[in-house]
Design a binder for this molecule. Structure first.
Ligand code: BES
Ligand code: ZN
Ligand code: ZN
Length: 494
């Protein structure tokens, strides 16, 4: 599906169908020409409700407001409905709310999401009849937006939405087909396509880097581990950022084996790594002036005669010893070594990690919300703001000195699980904190995406399965810090 903008008015554009948005159930708006027909069809214009009038060549869709979240959702619903028709060329207008840029982007994003379906393993493939969407720069409220600007917004949104779908599809791939080696090959393919630097470490490489924690987790798997280090290095970089992703292509729990009903969906334990891949794809295509490094710890957590065990003591890359009391708390072990690697090799201005780290985070916040943790209030706040603007849900979970004590070990530097059953999302982050050097404490954010990364039922414009959580909010935060830096540069020259 291609999305283009046009300076022409809506009625001047030739298309099979027009999408018309009904805002706040108000059928009186000037752009709604089929009020009686809609009413007789029982259409009320509720959020995401659609009504196709083939004889009028119109698809009406309801949106509660002009807020970008509602618009995104409505346009996804509109495209989903139109995929059941034969329409190939669709047109629509602009609905400019408070922020024109956000609304145009939300519209394009919603449509790309509405066209997404993971069908790689279905004999009968999903239908994608819509080939082209033309967005008229004429606004329904009579306002109009500079068409060049609109074009730029749409291009930006298409890149970010496609990167999100790319992340979704890798996460959705079954574990026997998306092994650590395959995930590394995906990264290599992305590096080739988008002109990124790429280093892949195998077991020998991990040994050379003294990654005793990562190696222990991977030991009982027949599929060898991989550490991937991607780098996008534009010439005009204003910041240097390292992103670390948990890439458990399968988490059986290891010897502390998961119960059967908790093991299903654990192919999604690689979602952090896949989000990092999606972000690398997006920033390189958007050509953002930021140097971005993506570091992925890819492995399986399996059982076997050589499996690492509760009672083992491991040594991480920074020399710290870790008492293992539960082999299912494996993500933090892989991340520990990868975080050390990122600080040593990249020396970043900001260091973020993305991980489906704890069930506790899902219990705390529900399935749809990312847990944001770190030492720096301003950083947490600015990231959360970007997430909201990107249409992703976040909540910050606070550290405190009492929770920190719960991961103390009698016989090693730190224990891999807490001694309490409560506060598991935060104690996991406090474990990671042991592997953050002093100078990076205020540059680091931990994003627990265990909830939103993979939900088995569709929610809003997200399909059942992987959502691509992390991609949109991080790209938005990048854009936000660039804008901020530009503003500061301007005021300092005045
Ligand atoms: N991958 C899981 C966390 C998870 C749970 C992700 C549910 C997505 C949905 C992680 O490795 C894990 O098993 N964590 C344990 C930690 C515990 C042993 C301290 C958990 O959350 O139960
Ligand atoms: Zn686990
Ligand atoms: Zn895990």
């Amino acid at each position: 599906m291609q999305i283009e903008t046009s300076p022409k008015k809506r009625h001047e554009i030739e298309a099979d169908v027009e999408i018309v948005c009904v805002v706040d159930k108000n059928l009186e708006h000037s752009w709604i020409e089929d009020k009686e027909l809609l009413e007789s069809a029982g259409f009320e214009g509720g959020q995401d409700e659609t009504c196709f009038l083939p004889e009028k060549r119109k698809l009406y869709v309801g949106s509660d407001s002009l807020h970008h979240d509602d618009i995104r959702s409505a346009y996804a619903a509109a495209i989903r409905a139109l995929r059941k028709t034969k329409a190939e060329h669709v047109k629509t207008g602009l609905y400019l709310g408070k922020c024109a840029a956000q609304n145009v982007k939300a519209m394009a994003e919603g449509m790309i999401f509405g066209d997404y379906e993971y069908d790689a393993y279905k004999s009968e493939k999903a239908k994608h009849p819509i080939k082209k969407v033309t967005i008229s720069c004429e606004d329904f409220n009579g306002k109009s937006l500079d068409c060049e600007k609109a074009k730029g917004y749409v291009e930006n949104a298409v890149i970010v939405a496609r990167a999100t779908n790319y992340t979704r599809s890798i996460v959705n791939t079954p574990p026997d087909d998306m092994t650590p080696e395959m995930l590394a090959l995906k990264a290599v393919a992305l590096a080739e396509a988008n002109d990124l630097e790429c280093i892949v470490l195998d077991e020998k490489g991990l040994e050379a880097e003294n990654m005793g924690a990562f190696l222990a987790v991977s030991r009982a798997s027949d599929h060898p581990p991989r550490l991937v280090h991607l780098a996008y290095k534009p010439q005009n970089a204003k910041f240097k950022i390292a992103l670390v992703g948990k890439g458990l292509t399968y988490d059986s729990g290891g010897l502390s084996l998961k119960p059967a009903e908790y093991m299903v969906t654990m192919k999604s334990d690689k979602s952090g790594a896949c989000a990092v891949l999606g972000i690398m794809k997006a920033v390189s295509e958007l050509k953002l002036p930021i140097e971005v490094h993506g570091i992925i710890g890819a492995t399986e957590n399996m059982i076997g005669g050589n499996a690492y065990k509760p009672d083992d003591i491991l040594k991480a890359k920074n020399g710290k010893t870790i008492e293992i009391r539960n082999t299912d708390a494996e993500g933090r072990l892989v991340l520990a070594d990868c975080l050390c690697y990122a600080q040593e090799k990249v020396e970043p201005d900001y260091l973020f990690d993305f991980a489906t780290l704890t069930g506790a985070c899902v219990v705390a916040l529900g399935e749809y919300t990312t847990g944001v943790m770190g030492h720096d209030r301003t950083l947490k706040h600015s990231f959360s703001k970007a997430a909201t603007n990107a249409g992703e849900l976040t909540a910050t979970l606070p550290f405190n000195r009492y929770l920190r004590k719960l991961i103390k070990s009698e016989i090693a530097d730190v224990c891999n699980i807490s001694s309490s059953r409560y506060g598991g999302a935060i104690t996991a982050a406090l474990f990671l904190d042991h592997f953050i050097e002093k100078e990076y404490k205020h540059k680091w954010l931990h994003l627990d995406i265990a909830g939103p990364a993979y939900v088995e039922k569709p929610w809003g414009y997200n399909p059942a399965g992987a959502s691509g959580a992390g991609v949109r909010m991080t790209v938005k935060w990048f854009e936000q810090i660039l804008k901020q830096a530009e503003k500061e540069a301007k005021t300092s020259t005045h």
